[in-house]
Design a protein around this ligand. Structure first.
Ligand code: ADP
Ligand code: MG
Length: 253
């Protein structure tokens, strides 16, 4: 049995007494692509916040590659290999796609090495390879501000993977995307999940059906159900939760 890439053990998160996560136990295998779903307010974003160190649990432990990371700061956890892509695109609109990746890469290398060591040819090659992976090779020198919404999202995924994290956390990647963009995102995430572990939060059920291997359903800060899509879809509590509230369309933040 291999060690989980991330393990959340009996974690409770409290906001002024309100428990956003209640005794949560969650873990992922290395190289796994996991989808976490659940209605608005279920605790999905809080789960990511707890893994990245942005929010500290009042109870329980968080382990990354077997080591406890509870006490560490956000940047320390990021440096261990946890990358996060937020919901809102954070690309630099006046810089090209290439330059955005370059900036993100140099952030990882640190200011000192950036000042004194320009990018090597293998660094540049690495950036071109990522432009291929995210499907933006033909937009290498285009200003990010001119990219479509979907392309900006892929660029931002590229900006996280250029830092080479072992675990990539992505919150609602396909919100606002067209169906074609959504399908490209599925393929993109599947192609990177072989090297990296990916935890995706999503509430777009067609995306989830296309991408999912193992799905975790959160509800009121707890895991309601976990397993392959077939199991999730036939679970009466999950059906009740989704269909009972007017179907798949309700917004989640
Ligand atoms: P989801 O991402 O599943 O929609 P969240 O993890 O964002 O849910 O939120 C879970 C619950 O915790 C919600 O009821 C939300 O209002 C509450 N919450 C989240 N962050 C905070 C915060 N910083 N302060 C107070 N309450 C919060
Ligand atoms: Mg959320």
């Amino acid at each position: 049995m291999h060690e989980p890439i991330v393990r959340v053990e009996n974690v409770t998160v409290s906001f002024d007494g309100f428990k956003a996560l209640q005794g949560m136990n969650f873990s992922m295998d290395p190289g796994e692509l996991r989808v976490v779903i659940g209605p608005n307010g279920a605790g999905k974003t809080t789960l990511l916040d707890v893994i990245t160190g942005k929010v500290k649990p009042v109870e329980g432990r968080v382990l990354f590659k077997g080591s406890e990371i509870n006490g560490l700061r956000v940047n320390q956890i990021a440096n261990l290999g946890v990358g996060r892509k937020f919901q809102t695109p954070g690309v630099y609109t006046n810089f090209t796609a290439f330059e955005n990746l370059e900036l993100s890469y140099q952030t990882k290398r640190g200011v000192f090495s950036t000042l004194f060591n320009p990018l090597s040819s293998s660094d540049v090659e690495q950036i071109y390879a990522i432009l291929e992976v995210i499907g933006l090779a033909h937009k290498t020198h285009q200003k990010a501000g001119l990219l479509s919404h979907g392309e900006k999202q892929w660029l931002e995924i590229g900006m996280v993977i250029v830092q080479d994290p072992d675990l990539l956390l992505i919150d609602e990647p396909v919100a606002g995307m067209t169906e074609g963009e959504r399908e490209k995102t599925v393929r993109l995430l599947q192609s990177i999940a072989t090297d990296q572990s990916i935890l995706v939060i999503e509430h777009d059920m067609s995306f989830v059906r296309e991408i999912a291997k193992k799905v975790t359903v959160l509800h009121e800060g707890m895991i309601l159900c976990e397993g392959p899509m077939e199991k999730i879809q036939s679970d009466s509590r999950v059906i009740e939760l989704y269909l009972g509230r007017g179907g798949e369309g309700h917004a989640s933040h």
